[in-house]
Design a protein around this ligand. Sequence first.
Ligand SMILES: Cc1ncc(COP(=O)(O)O)c(C=O)c1O
Ligand SMILES: N[C@@H](CCCC[NH3+])C(=O)O
Length: 414
Amino acid sequence: MGFSYRDGRLFAEELDCEAIAQEFGTPCYVYSRAAMEAALADYHDALEGCEHLVCYAVKANSNIAVLDTLARKGAGFDIVSLGELERVLAAGGDPGKVVFSGVVKRPEEMRRALDIGIRCFNVESEAELDVLQSVAAASGKRAPVSVRVNPDVDAQTHPYISTGLRENKFGVATDVAMDMLRRAQTLSHIDVVGLDCHIGSQLVDMAPLLDALQQLLNMVDTLEAEGIRIHHLDLGGGVGVRYRDEEPPAVADYIAAVRQALGDRDLCLVFEPGRSIVANAGVLLTQVHYTKDTDAHSFALVDAAMNDFIRPALYQAWVDIQTVAPCDAQPRTWNIVGPVCETGDFLGKDRELALAPGSVLAVKGAGAYGFVMSSNYNTRPRAAEVMIDGNTSCLVREREGIDDLLRGERRMPQ
Ligand SMILES: Cc1ncc(COP(=O)(O)O)c(C=O)c1O
Ligand SMILES: N[C@@H](CCCC[NH3+])C(=O)O
């Protein structure tokens, strides 16, 4: 849903992507509103009849139009910074549906989150719990708390985005979490409400997720026996997506397995999906400016670079790249590279494509961890973002200009 080919031309919902590129310029991120709504609905549908909250992980794509789209469909939000919190509020999100993750929450971030009344702080260390208690006491508020458990399971994903192993910085070991919860129960300005874990992103195997869940359920049962009632279980991010030939579990299957494991326990289920909501609801459009043949490779030199989309350079991630319209040229094998002065600046290697200077390419699966990870490296302006709804397009973030690039800098006075 969202992006489809008609007679060899790529459409974003009802609009032709080549025309979108002409209107808004390249590089340009294009999002399908219907595709992200449908992906969120997969979670809501699978959770029907069970108390739940789907907190979209803002870090995956934090454009206000994206947050607004999801908030209107009942999403809550998983945030990791004050900036993300302010984005949620600017987008009209409900603070009562916000969970706050992250290993370094600063006191001022806690204070603001307490003031507006977020749903829960996912506390990741004993030291953080103590700071939260004192910030809450000073504000005359009680902080709702969940402890993030590090279950030491191998999520079988890229090591940079695996978060539930003992050696990772995230959460606390199960025994530490138990002690923290017992202590939290005695603190004057803390309310224990949940347990959470997030073992990593782009998960294509359900087994580690269910392994972690079982550990959480064992903890819930032990705590219950001690008179400490856990109200919600937050299982962190969502399932992985298909970029090439991966076979991630369907959302419905994953949630059915979770519900089965839950049995008749009276727990609210919270999920924090990011990638599976927005990855395939977005593409990055880029234009070929030049082609160049060397002894080793044929290069298609495009106007998007690692500063616009860093996943290939950072994780050696493979993403599909296609032309948005037929081209008369003979298909050849191309390395698709950008203008940044690094050999690591590539979007894709060894791609069989019929293209020529002027061709517009679509980098697929770019809706998640795309624009949000972009930078101004090489003093390049960040790309425009466009949201499509049926046959309507809306520029939801302007392309940066030279003023944006120089903002806040100054020369020393002598
Ligand atoms: C705490 C937390 N929750 C949720 C997510 C979203 O994960 P995903 O995009 O894989 O659904 C992340 C990112 O991995 C995360 O760090
Ligand atoms: N940025 C990563 C995902 C990070 C998940 C954050 N916990 C990616 O593009 O795959």
